[in-house]
Design a protein around this ligand. Structure first.
Ligand code: NAD
Length: 346
């Protein structure tokens, strides 16, 4: 297949690009190269004859039309987005423009392209979204595909809006869409403003490791390469018009997760005295911080036979090792705007 991947210079998009190329697909990576992008994430495939990169913005309809006409993809995998909840609290406008309006322009460009080619039923518009659209859980229960939407941050509200648009384009215009909503990802190439890399990099620098509130917020942690694998499976085998929840089957509180990372670092790069966990510092909570997310993975497991391949302990060990071996990658990103500063305190 020839895939148009949006946001392929970001964290998850680049994992999709690398895996798709490894599996013999042709890939056009469309990315605006915002602060969150890094072309080094796809350096390993940059010379591959099956790979092309286009710098373009999903808010630019004319550019989208040009890229679709020139590259003639069989499917669109839409990952481009503003993705950091804390930034959405400080500057929600960008999230509305990219996640809502950008998705609208991409849907319209894809619809025009698909109609002009005689509405091939094999075409796919795969929208990649988040479990955050479902809101916040108490101590029990899980999000299923039928859980009502209840987004509570500007980020999750913008993603929920984009999900609604994609479903509407499927119902109204017959555009062959499929959606996925996944839990928190972690792994190699994670931009150094998100929790897991912040913990690793602050620990290595001997700086305080900030934990929001009491650290009791629970997430279901999904290794990014497992996510990419699930996304390609849904693209190929997912039922048209359906959505699939993707989880890691690895619920952990933030505090547990941070302690696990500290223990891994203690073993792999011991401090001169004490443990990295001594650096843990509790800071003011994020406004509106969702308490718990948990994924009911039964649809993707029962219908498509997919389960995550690693536990959070295995995935974190790989991740910590990756950051220890790729210092030049993360050092280059630490000067980017906002990185290393507390954001989203409203
Ligand atoms: N990271 C997670 O844990 C997680 C969980 C669930 C869902 N998601 C979703 O997965 C997708 C990818 O997330 P990520 O963590 O890789 O994000 P990311 O911030 O690492 O990457 C986003 C990419 O999109 C590009 N982009 C941003 N605005 C653009 C625009 N207007 N036009 C074109 N490109 C643009 C950026 O340059 C960047 O390369 C997002 O849609 C996000 O909502 C992420």
């Amino acid at each position: 297949m020839k895939l148009l991947v949006t946001g392929g210079a970001g964290f998850i998009g680049s994992a999709v690009v690398r895996l798709a190329i490894a599996r013999g697909h042709r890939v056009v990576n469309l990315d605006a190269l915002t602060y969150a992008a890094c072309l080094d994430n796809v350096a390993s495939v940059a010379g591959d004859p099956n790979y092309a990169f286009v710098q373009a913005d999903i808010r630019d309809r004319a550019a989208l039309d040009r890229v679709l006409a020139e590259h003639q993809p069989d499917a669109v995998m839409h990952l481009a987005a503003e993705s950091h909840v804390d930034r959405s609290i400080d500057a929600p406008g960008t999230f509305i423009e990219t996640n809502v309006l950008g998705t609208f322009h991409l849907l319209e460009a894809a619809r025009a392209y698909w109609q002009a080619r005689g509405r091939p039923q094999g075409f796919r518009f795969h929208h990649i979204s988040t479990d955050e659209v479902f809101g916040s859980l108490g101590p029990t229960g899980q999000f299923s595909e039928n859980t009502p939407y209840d987004p509570r941050s500007p980020y999750s509200a913008s993603k929920a809006s984009s999900d609604h648009l994609v479903r509407a384009w499927g119902e109204t215009y017959g555009l062959p869409v499929v959606l996925t909503n996944c839990s928190n990802n972690y792994g190699p190439y994670h931009f150094p403003e998100k929790l897991v890399p912040v913990v690793i990099l602050n620990a290595l620098a001997g700086r305080p490791i900030p934990i929001y509130g009491a650290g009791l917020n629970v997430r279901d942690w999904l290794y990014v390469e497992d996510h990419a694998d699930a996304l390609l499976l849904v693209l190929e085998k997912g039922v048209l018009g359906e959505s699939y929840n993707i989880g890691g089957e690895n619920e952990r509180s933030n505090l547990d997760l941070v302690r696990t990372i500290c223990t891994l670092l203690d073993a792999k790069r011991p401090r001169q005295t004490g443990s990295y966990a001594d650096l843990i510092t509790f800071v003011t909570d994020r406004p509106g911080h969702d308490a718990r997310y948990a994924i009911d993975p039964s649809r993707i497991r029962d219908e498509l036979g997919w389960r995550p391949s690693v536990t959070v302990e295995e995935g974190l060990e790989r991740t910590v090792e990756w950051y220890l071996r790729h210092e030049s990658w993360w050092r280059a990103l630490q000067d980017r705007d906002g990185v290393g500063r507390r954001l989203g305190t409203a």
